[in-house]
Design a protein around this ligand. Structure first.
Ligand code: BG6
Length: 491
């Protein structure tokens, strides 16, 4: 990582909330541990409640104890980190409260400022307008916008228009934490740092691509939020589509924000719309019922706190996407994601075509499998390429067997700690690099595509299909690639 030692004020709206405590402050703490924060960088929690600096520091300390347990005992980092932390009480809807940020000298001494909006998106517009009316929208000041950016194209546009009244596009960092994951960035290194893969990265060589993000957790007390979103808005519109773009885009001219984002937008525009009756054959929606995960009974979606039995919100989506361009003509991209599935894992599988002609005997042919490149994002970060080999032994004849060439990132890099996605992304905002953030045209194109599917779903009386917790989703999801003569890659 390149170091960002320019002094910066990081102001977190929603500074006492779940995202701040679980992800943002632990990430900033890690950056401090790694010497990546300038000595005078400050971290300022902001939210409606009246809290003293000391109480905020203790709350953060508790969160670090829970979410960074092994390192927070380190007496050299915590005192330094604590000194950076302060708190300002600001009601996001009270413009006059924002004067307290001026009193707190936010942005003083010409320092850069990052305003992280870890709040409901309904507040983004009013926060940005109040910041501007207190002179807190200069070019050296940036806003980070957390998802969900709206619930459809129209609401997303409305939020964006409000933000853009007071900040320029270059100052808006729309975050998708999947882009900060190490293996996702490694996908770019694999594709564009090697000559090996790129010539084979097209419809002449690749049969299909699969992207799976499988979670074992349920809605975890977030029913109120989740039921309004569902898997399509919560995961597909952002995380899965962003992964698809990185797999499918053309090589950018250089690794900078506009070059990369210009290529991603071309993919989004080439996504074939899934509308009308196609939405029934190309997508599958599911809702989890009770079941068992890792030997424990778990409840169904309708047993969760605050649930409503009439809900048709999907907790699982599988779909087939097609990209209408030369490179990907005829190559299906199968995407699936769901809550309360059998295993927590995320991976991208590039399934190559079969050899054009086999020279082997019938017996060997039965063992002949296609090459597969598997990019595992989590739980472990690894990349493996399956190639066919001869089983050793004189008496074995030409016995074939697939063997994985494995690159475990932990082993290859001597157990070097792999940073959390938010560490990389926060560092990038501080050093003003937007390459791993979404430009508004990307968000808009993704919504447009997702809106087509959701509008078709809203016109059917069919409910999402039930699946047992701990399974791999509804049976219809298994059938989705089978209809095309293919299968999901097994975990
Ligand atoms: C978030 C979603 O964006 O991503 C959550 O809102 C989901 O519902 C989470 O659980 C998954 O992230 P990760 O990094 O744990 O795969």
């Amino acid at each position: 990582m390149k170091v960002s030692l320019k002094a910066c004020d990081v102001v977190i709206f929603g500074g006492g909330g779940d995202l701040a405590m679980r992800k943002l402050l632990p990430a900033l703490y890690h950056l401090d541990m790694d010497g990546l924060l300038a000595p005078s960088t400050r971290i300022i929690g902001a939210s409606r409640r009246e809290v003293s600096d000391a109480d905020y520091q203790s709350k953060v300390r508790e969160a670090l104890n829970e979410f960074v347990p092994s390192s927070v005992g380190d007496d050299t980092v915590w005192p330094r980190f604590k000194e950076r932390l302060s708190y300002v009480s600001v009601d996001a809807q009270q413009e006059s409260d924002f004067a307290r940020l001026n009193d707190h000298k936010v942005g003083g001494d010409d320092r850069d400022v990052v305003f992280y909006l870890a709040t409901s998106p309904d507040l983004f517009g009013s926060i940005c307008s109040s910041l501007a009316s207190h002179g807190l929208n200069e070019d050296r000041m940036r806003v980070v916008l957390e998802k969900p950016l709206g619930r459809d194209l129209a609401s997303s546009r409305a939020i964006n228009d409000e933000v853009m009244k007071n900040f320029k596009e270059q100052q808006a960092f729309r975050i998708d934490h999947y882009l900060g994951k190490e293996t996702v960035q490694n996908l770019l290194a694999i594709r564009f740092g090697n000559t090996l893969f790129e010539p084979l990265w097209d419809s002449a060589h690749i049969d299909n691509v699969q992207i799976t993000v499988s979670e074992t957790v349920g809605v975890e007390g977030r029913w109120g939020y989740y039921d309004k979103a569902g898997a399509m808005r919560d995961m597909v519109q952002n995380h899965l589509i962003q992964l698809l773009c990185l797999v499918a885009m053309e090589p950018p001219g250089r690794m900078d924000s506009d070059s990369v984002r210009d290529e991603k937008i071309k993919v989004l525009k080439a996504l074939r719309p899934i509308v009308g009756a196609n939405a029934y054959t190309k997508t599958v929606r599911g809702q989890y019922a009770k079941g068992m995960i890792k030997g424990k009974d778990v409840q169904g979606y309708f047993d969760e706190e605050g649930s409503n039995p009439d809900s048709r919100t999907e907790t699982f989506v599988a779909l087939r996407a097609d990209i209408d361009n030369w490179r990907w003509a005829g190559v299906p991209f199968y995407l699936r994601t769901g809550k309360r599935l059998g295993q927590r894992y995320s991976e991208i599988v590039i399934q190559y075509k079969a050899v054009p002609h086999s020279i082997f005997s019938d017996e060997s042919n039965r063992q002949l499998q296609r090459n597969q490149l598997v990019i595992r994002l989590q739980p472990e970060e690894k990349i493996s390429l399956t190639v066919m080999n001869k089983v050793p032994g004189a008496s074995e004849g030409m016995n074939l067997q697939p063997v994985d060439l494995n690159l475990s990132l932990t082993e290859a890099f001597n157990d070097k700690r792999s940073p959390e996605a938010y560490e990389r992304l926060l560092l990038d905002v501080m050093r003003n690099d937007a390459t791993l953030f979404m430009r508004y045209d990307e968000v808009e194109a993704a919504w447009k595509w997702v809106d087509g599917i959701m509008s078709a779903w809203s016109q059917t009386s069919e409910r999402p299909k039930e699946y047992a917790s701990g399974s791999w989703g509804p049976a219809a999801s298994m059938a989705l690639p089978i209809k095309d003569g293919r299968n999901w890659h097994d975990y």
